[in-house]
Ligand binder design. Structure first.
Ligand SMILES: [Zn+2]
Length: 470
């Protein structure tokens, strides 16, 4: 009995010691990753080039192609095992001349409003469009007003993002139906155009664009759609209360052309133990055209590129094949994300983990995960390793739009979750520029992502399906 106790004690001590050693090894690795990122990180230099030398990267534009070429060349310099372009057909929508708008409160009495066309919208007639305005705060309110109140008018969607929600993406999700489906719904009741309050928690003068859809509405029934700055949305709403018969005028020249070929940019370090199991990290290379897309999603692109550079610099040899994927066309089509997942299925590539950074380049707080309980509990056990870097947010929830199509049983999907309080000050607007991104915050994000990739690679995904199929 005594002997047995001694043996058991030795086993437990042995296990405890081993656990301590592993965790010390992991802690040292994370320290090396953060140190390299903060002292010699390259994410900020790459972002400088993407933002300032190239600029906004709308799908189908020359800038988007320049970004494909540039990031491919930069990945080639990292000494990865493979770098290649994956062709994908993308929509080509162009904004044309800058939009113009005013509110007319009496004959000849006008004040200029800050607007921009929504992505995918049709143009106004050449001379612009002028009509009375009906203000609503929801698609349901639109339905209740019906054709008799809407026909011939411009519908003004003015439901603000909820300021009381700490998770600003939730506030965005609670409003974006107005932008995405507003035109389609209003057109059914005979509206001639729509104006949508910008998805922005701050009161300022920047209109925020973003994707919209006409659904199955025939081309002849499509009406122009624009976003208005939050300041001007408030002004329009207040003035409508005094002068309900005021006119709103806007002119925009946007146009959709046939699809063009573009590319996802992919780089790979081939796995030493499981070359046929893939872990990917990525962001989207395209952006809207108003700013230079530094936060959305230049930040995610350069952080993902730096994950592979940091793994190499710290001398780590991954067991799984680690890929960086720079997706094309997240903003107005998700064609890149869909093409990547389709190719992965066709080639029977076993993807076990995917991480996306597409929530801005702000101070990282942690990650959200889309995975089963066994994997989530393994991930939660790593929390103490992240504590010294003030990373604490490990929650179940969404991951990223581009990696969403990879979802299948057993895969772990994750999204970097930076502080999101100021994200919607910049999202899809003219002020989403390089100066709005802080170098240190961006680098902390890259190190945080690299740390998670390192841990996932070291301990593997807990999945019976993928563990059998080596
Ligand atoms: Zn984005």
């Amino acid at each position: 009995m005594k002997k047995l106790l001694v043996v058991l004690l030795l086993i437990f001590t042995g296990q405890a010691l081993e656990a301590q050693n592993t965790s010390e090894k992991d802690a040292a690795m994370l320290e090396a990753i953060y140190k390299e990122s903060l002292l010699n990180g390259n994410s900020y230099n790459w972002l400088d080039h993407l933002s300032n030398k190239i600029g906004g990267r709308l799908s189908g534009s020359i800038n988007a192609q320049k970004a494909v070429q540039y990031t491919k060349e930069e990945l080639e310099k990292l000494g990865l095992d493979r770098v290649w372009l994956q062709p994908v057909m993308v929509p080509k929508w162009v904004r044309g001349l800058k939009e113009y708008s005013f509110m007319e409160t009496g004959p000849g009495v006008t004040s200029v409003m800050n607007i921009c066309a929504l992505g995918g919208s049709v143009a106004t007639p050449n001379a612009g469009l002028k009509a009375n305005v009906v203000e609503v705060t929801s698609l349901e309110e639109l339905d209740s007003l019906g054709s008799k109140n809407i026909k011939g008018k411009i519908v003004f969607f003015n439901r603000p993002m909820r300021a009381d929600l700490i998770q600003t993406f939730e506030a965005y999700g609670g409003c974006v139906d107005q932008r995405y489906s507003g035109a389609k719904q209003a057109a059914k009741y005979g509206a001639v155009g729509i104006v949508v309050r910008s998805m922005n928690l701050r009161n300022d003068d920047f209109p925020h664009t973003g994707a919209m859809s006409y659904g199955d509405l025939p081309a002849s029934k499509r009406i122009p759609a624009c976003a208005i700055s939050t300041n001007d949305a408030n002004k329009l709403s207040n003035t409508l209360k005094l002068i309900p018969e005021l006119n709103f005028y806007f002119k925009q020249n946007c146009k959709t052309y046939p699809d063009v070929e573009s590319h996802n940019v992919i780089g790979e370090i081939t796995g030493s133990t499981y070359p046929n199991k893939y872990m990917i990290v990525g962001g989207h290379l395209d952006s809207w055209d108003l700013g230079d897309g530094s936060h959305d999603d230049g930040a995610g692109v350069v952080q993902s590129m730096d994950v592979l550079r940091l793994l190499k610099k710290t001398g780590y040899t991954p067991k799984h094949s680690i890929r960086v994927v720079l997706f094309m066309n997240e903003e107005n089509g998700l064609r890149g994300g869909n093409a990547y997942a389709t190719q992965a299925t066709l080639k029977a590539e076993n993807h076990v983990f995917a991480l996306e950074s597409d929530s801005g380049g702000f101070t990282p707080r942690g990650f959200s995960f889309d995975c089963d309980a066994a994997n989530f509990s393994q991930i939660q056990s790593w929390q103490p390793l992240f504590k010294p870097y003030l990373i604490h947010y490990f929650e179940k929830g969404g991951s990223g739009a581009d990696i969403g199509p990879l979802k299948k049983e057993g895969i772990v999907l994750a999204g970097l979750r930076p502080d999101s309080q100021r994200y919607f000050d910049y999202h899809h607007a003219e002020n989403d520029t390089f100066d709005a991104v802080n170098k240190r915050e961006l680098e902390l994000g890259a190190a945080t992502m690299t740390s998670l990739i390192y841990l996932m690679d070291t301990y593997g995904v807990k999945n019976s399906l993928t563990q059998i199929k080596k």
